[in-house]
Design a protein around this ligand. Structure first.
Ligand SMILES: NC(=O)c1ccc[n+]([C@@H]2O[C@H](COP(=O)([O-])OP(=O)(O)OC[C@H]3O[C@@H](n4cnc5c(N)ncnc54)[C@H](OP(=O)(O)O)[C@@H]3O)[C@@H](O)[C@H]2O)c1
Length: 318
């Protein structure tokens, strides 16, 4: 069985590619660079060199596959080619840099998911699109039935575009990942939080730090993508969550202990200016359940947990 994976060279994508290869699948991964393509070939996968803003390429790759996993996402300037950067700065003249950035991200992702879905249209084949549990309703344990809160940046547009292919004969489903998918090679939020703590000389939480972040180990997440591709129901929203909610104070304390620096509490996210873009996330209380996901797919995360993982030296290599 042949699968096509976008974001195949990334932290999670690499684990996903290895998971599918070990299970006997033929994997083709997308990368923008020949170095990325070589990395994939070393693992035993095939590669397509291309970008998210090349719909014809994405549609053809999906059509040649028996299923698609979509992980790539334009998270920042480093993920944008020259044309997108020019559009970003031109758009910034009319409404500011952040709204221009979000517009381009939104367009690129929506067009990419459209292209992948149309390559599978009418086949009944699986399309698994990545989303996140952050920005599900705050302050309660969210479930697979919840929708993202309105008026906050979230991945609901990825979900809507993907699930729009269900009536068009695609077995489309969504995996909402925890805000921290952790493990060796993590380049997500935790390394940025460690970097900010090191720079500031203190490890920060907001208020009493009781707000909770869900977490999942990267190998468990990779297995979930395989199970969703094999058994996923059309229209399902699965939660890639092992630990329902780790109190942020515990995360900050673990980082402080490892760096041998103090913790400090800030009254509001905005008051912790040195956190930059992280201040949008560190105070969020987004505990999430994956009970239904585990029952439906027979997925059993085996960890390790986030705090045990942050204990590993990998997280503190400079
Ligand atoms: N890491 C986490 O803790 C976490 C948590 C929640 C959700 N997620 C989501 O999970 C997905 C994967 O995250 P990750 O942490 O594995 O990402 P990552 O390590 O930063 O990797 C990014 C991947 O996306 C590809 N990519 C970036 N821009 C691209 C573009 N314009 N065109 C084509 N490919 C592009 C890169 O490929 P090349 O560089 O080879 O071209 C790379 O494979 C993302 O959707 C992310 O939002 C991650």
């Amino acid at each position: 069985m042949r699968i096509f994976v976008t974001g195949a060279t990334g932290f999670i994508g690499t684990a996903v590619v290895k998971e599918f290869l070990a299970a006997g699948y033929q994997v083709t991964g997308l990368s923008r660079t020949t170095q990325g393509a070589e990395k994939l070939q070393k693992f035993g996968a095939k590669a397509r060199v291309g970008r998210l803003d090349q719909p014809a390429l994405l549609r053809d790759a999906a059509a040649e596959s028996d299923g698609v996993i979509h992980l790539a996402f334009m998270h920042g300037l480093a993920h944008m080619d020259l044309m997108s950067r020019l559009r970003l700065f031109a758009g910034a003249l009319n409404g500011g840099i952040m709204s221009s950035f979000l517009r381009i991200v939104h367009q690129t992702e929506s067009q990419a998911v459209q292209a992948l879905g149309s390559g599978l249209e009418g086949t009944g084949r699986p399309l698994i699109v990545t989303s996140g549990v952050l920005m599900l309703p705050f302050g309660k344990i969210s479930t697979e039935e919840d929708d993202h809160v309105k008026d906050a940046p979230n991945r609901s547009f990825s979900e809507t575009t993907a699930l729009g292919f269900v009536p068009r004969g695609v077995r489309a489903s969504v995996i909402r990942l925890s805000p921290t998918v952790h493990g060796s090679g993590d380049r997500g939020l935790i390394p940025y939080i460690i970097k900010a703590a090191r720079k500031k000389g203190s490890s920060v939480y907001i208020g009493g730090g009781a707000n909770r972040w869900p977490a999942v180990h990267v190998r468990d997440a990779a297995r979930l993508f395989r199970l969703a591709l094999e058994k996923g129901e059309p229209g399902a929203k699965y939660h890639g969550v092992d630990e329902t909610g780790v109190p942020f104070r515990d995360i900050a304390s673990k980082i402080a202990a490892k760096l041998q620096i103090p913790t400090s509490s800030y009254p509001t996210p905005k008051s912790a200016k040195h956190l930059g873009f992280l201040s949008n996330f560190v105070g969020l209380d987004n505990p999430s359940s994956s009970k239904w996901t585990q029952q439906t797919l027979g997925w059993k995360p085996t960890g390790p947990g986030l705090l045990a993982d942050i204990d590993q030296p990998d997280y503190f290599k400079i």
